[in-house]
Design a protein around this ligand. Structure first.
Ligand code: NAD
Length: 286
């Protein structure tokens, strides 16, 4: 079985971006800027934000984290987003989710300038994805497509099953897989908590994408021989971080698979950097 090493691929992407950013900086007089808003003390969010900051720094992107107390009001948070929208040194704005109770995340996401929405969550960018128009694509699914490209595993003409229908992973991933392109053009089935005969649906797939949030949910007998398996899940268990797929058992059947950790997670961050550079280029006219 081929291991789809997201950690290594993300590192290569980061190094490529560093070279590109150095050139762009010299030509346009400033580095790309990313503003990250973190509200409250959620431990997982703190780790994600720290990892994003480190990755930005290494690639030459100036990342400014706004760490805000959970007691912030909706109005204050919206005022910060407006300020960042107007700041010409900021190319991307990322609002780390989930927000503490009482804050309206959808309202905040809709306030972010779609041209700075490097997370691809603004309805404008979601709509553009649906229409197959250029725009910012949600980092986790876009990072997965980038990983498939780097390993030259085209999905064109293949049967893909996405398990999970969240707005940040399942739905946008299904939409990306059904667009035109070698690393799209798939025949897509979306499974979720109400799917009848889920095991049967998964078994028919050449590509399995698991974004469920239940440890080792995808078992060996559910997967077709030779299938490519992409495990999005990050579950904290007594065994440590575990994906949504039973990795050890699937090694016998899958032809290629992402590990957890070191698979989709690092690709999500790499894609954030790619999106931020894309925003920067649009802003400076590169
Ligand atoms: P979510 O909770 O929003 O969605 C989970 C989906 O799984 C839902 O659509 C639901 O219908 C489906 N589901 C739940 N129980 C099911 C069942 N018994 N059978 C079939 N489907 C079922 O989660 P999410 O935000 O999409 O995240 C999914 C997983 O991916 C989580 O473990 C999360 O931590 C991880 N994640 C990882 C990254 C990354 O960068 N690697 C990014 C985002 C999310």
């Amino acid at each position: 079985m081929q291991i789809l090493n997201g950690k290594e691929t993300a590192l290569t992407i980061r190094e490529e971006l560093k070279v590109e950013i150095d050139g762009l900086k010299a030509k346009h007089g400033r580095a790309p800027g990313l503003a990250v808003i973190l509200v409250g003390e959620d431990p997982a969010s703190q780790v994600y934000v720290r990892n994003k900051e480190i990755a930005c720094e290494k690639a030459g992107i100036v990342s400014t984290a706004h760490r805000i107390d959970a007691s912030v009001s909706q109005e204050e948070l919206e005022a910060l987003i407006q300020k960042l929208n107007a700041d010409e040194t900021i190319d991307g704005i990322l609002l780390q989710l989930p927000l503490p109770k009482g804050l309206d995340s959808q309202r905040c996401l809709e306030l972010i300038d779609p041209g700075k929405d490097v997370d691809g969550f603004h309805p404008m960018n979601v709509g553009k994805l649906m229409l197959g128009l250029p725009g910012f694509r949600s980092c986790t699914p876009a990072g997965i497509i980038t990983l498939l490209e780097r390993y030259n595993l085209p999905t064109s003409g293949k049967k893909a099953v996405v398990v999970g229908r969240s707005n940040i992973v399942g739905k946008p991933l299904a939409m990306m897989l059904m667009q035109y392109g070698d690393f799209a053009n798939a025949t897509v089935t979306v499974c979720h908590s109400r799917t009848d005969n889920l095991a049967e649906e998964v078994k028919a797939a050449d590509f399995v994408f698991a974004a469920i949030g239940i440890p080792k949910f995808i078992k060996k007998e559910m997967v077709k021989n030779g299938a490519v398996v992409v495990d999005v899940g990050i579950n904290r268990t007594d065994e440590g971080l575990v994906g949504d797929c039973d990795y050890a058992a699937l090694e016998d059947v899958a032809s290629a698979m992402t590990p957890v950790p070191g698979g989709v997670g690092p690709m999500t961050i790499a894609q954030l950097l790619i999106n931020t550079v894309q925003a920067y280029k649009e802003h400076v006219g590169a």
